[in-house]
Design a protein around this ligand. Structure first.
Ligand code: AMP
Ligand code: GLY
Length: 431
């Protein structure tokens, strides 16, 4: 098969890695990729949201299957355009991707289908005074979210009414998130532990991956600002088999049925971000793609032939598929640039990549990396983003997976590198 992967982060490196593990002979292209991906796939210099050029490339290069990593092209309708051209693609239509692209849509959808989630109200730019009154009436803590895509920065958990009012003004008045924040969702604060459940659906049937847990805050002990994710592990002990049954019956199945019934069958990866509350699992958010860095933990655990699985998804032929997972656990530690998720510098040479990757059951996934100068006599790879690398360890259990990941991390260095030393700690707690 000739396969095109769209995107250029750690998630896409993990997708490419899982495709290249397959027994079949495949040619893999990635647009735009990064310095690590270029070792296993051919780089296509087209941006992930440049849909027309991606269509052109897929037609010219006779691509059999396209797999989309990030949300932006999906929300912009890449799947619709490929399907118009008769090109197979794994990812939801723009209408189905609204589950991520519009929190207002997602919340109203959950209400229509009785899917457990935080109580909420949606306000438009013209409803500012009403939104203020609503916040005052509810009190704090309370959560204020920009409805549209905001690169993971659009959800603000507010500890005080003042903070919520400032956030409202920031979004609705100052238009800090542009159009994405012209509609806001104000919702009840939920407490519990978070987990991510990924379903792969062809629009009719679905299969589940191992549940994962992300680490959103920058600081150890879950403090500081939210990031795209500083590490992940899978499976997650709090998501027991019984809990997973509840998640399937109350969340995954009703979501997929509801989308089909409303005329937007969901084809692709459905990410259910959950809060495991005392009343049971509730949806924090949906995403229309694999999580990043969750994919770097979940995909290496897959024992199946990934190209066949993704092709069956794209062609609506998942019926009868059962995912087989390797036993054991996976843990991914993200190495980020100093200053991230705020301002950071890039262009620093990365040392120790080969030593880290030489470890048994370790994968070094590249995120924000670029090829450096060949003649510098130093490292050939430099930092180019906030999240730079994701180092995944596999083990018989979470402890072993974490030990392997951190041992490999010990080889890697770049100027101002930061990472969390407590990834997976919650999963090690006796239940
Ligand atoms: P979101 O962008 O909706 O996934 O939110 C980002 C993060 O904010 C989540 O992973 C949670 O940690 C937190 N969060 C969002 N909504 C809520 C809520 N209703 N209650 C508590 N925490 C929340
Ligand atoms: N790690 C969170 C996300 O991918 O949205």
């Amino acid at each position: 098969m000739r396969i095109l992967v769209v995107g250029g982060g750690g998630r896409e490196h993990a997708i490419v890695h899982s495709l290249s593990r397959s027994g079949g002979v495949h040619k893999i292209f990635v647009a735009p990729g990064n310095a690590g991906i270029r070792e296993t796939a051919s780089i296509v210099p087209v941006r992930a949201d440049d849909i027309e050029n991606l269509v052109r490339f897929a037609r010219t290069e006779q691509i059999d299957l396209t797999i989309v990593g990030p949300e932006q092209p999906l929300v912009l309708g890449i799947a619709d355009r490929f399907e118009q051209e008769g090109l197979a693609i794994m990812g939801p239509s723009a209408a189905a991707a609204r589950l991520e692209g519009s929190k207002a849509f997602a919340k109203a959808f959950m209400q229509r289908h009785d899917i457990p989630t935080a109580r909420h109200r949606t306000f438009g730019a013209g409803d500012y005074d009403e939104a203020v009154a609503h916040v005052r009436a509810c009190g704090a803590p309370i959560v204020v979210k920009a409805s549209g895509l905001a690169a993971g920065k659009g959800a603000v958990v507010c500890a005080t009414v003042e903070e919520a009012l400032e956030t409202l003004a920031f979004m609705l008045r100052e238009r800090a998130f542009g159009a994405a924040g012209q509609e806001v969702v104000i919702e009840e604060y939920m407490t519990g532990e978070e987990a991510s459940v990924f379903a792969l659906s062809d629009g009719k049937e679905y299969v589940l991956f191992a549940p994962a847990q992300d680490h959103k805050r920058i600081g150890e002990g879950d403090v500081g600002p939210n990031t795209g994710g500083m590490g992940a592990y899978a499976p997650v002990p709090i998501v027991t088999d019984d809990m997973l049954d509840v998640v399937c019956n109350r969340v995954v199945a009703p979501t997929l049925h509801g989308m089909a019934a409303e005329g937007y069958p969901y084809r692709g990866v459905l990410y259910c971000g959950l809060m495991i509350t005392e009343e049971g699992p509730k949806v924090v958010e949906y995403n229309c793609r694999f999580g990043d860095p969750e994919a770097q933990a979940v995909l290496p655990l897959l024992a199946d032939d990934v190209p066949d699985l993704f092709e069956a998804t794209a062609r609506g032929a998942l019926s009868g598929s059962v995912l087989s997972m390797r036993s054991g656990a996976a843990a991914c530690v993200v190495l980020a640039s100093g200053g991230y998720p705020g301002r950071y510098e890039t262009g620093f040479p990365i040392e120790g990549l080969e030593q880290a990757a030489a470890h048994r059951d370790v994968m070094v996934f590249h995120a924000g990396t670029a090829p450096g100068q060949q003649d510098s006599g130093r490292s050939e790879t430099v930092t180019s983003g906030g999240r730079v690398l994701g180092v995944t360890g596999l083990g018989r259990d979470l402890r072993e997976a974490l030990d392997r990941a951190y041992e490999a991390v010990g080889h890697i260095s770049f100027e101002h590198m930061q990472f969390r030393r407590d990834i997976g700690k919650k999963g090690l707690r006796p239940s």
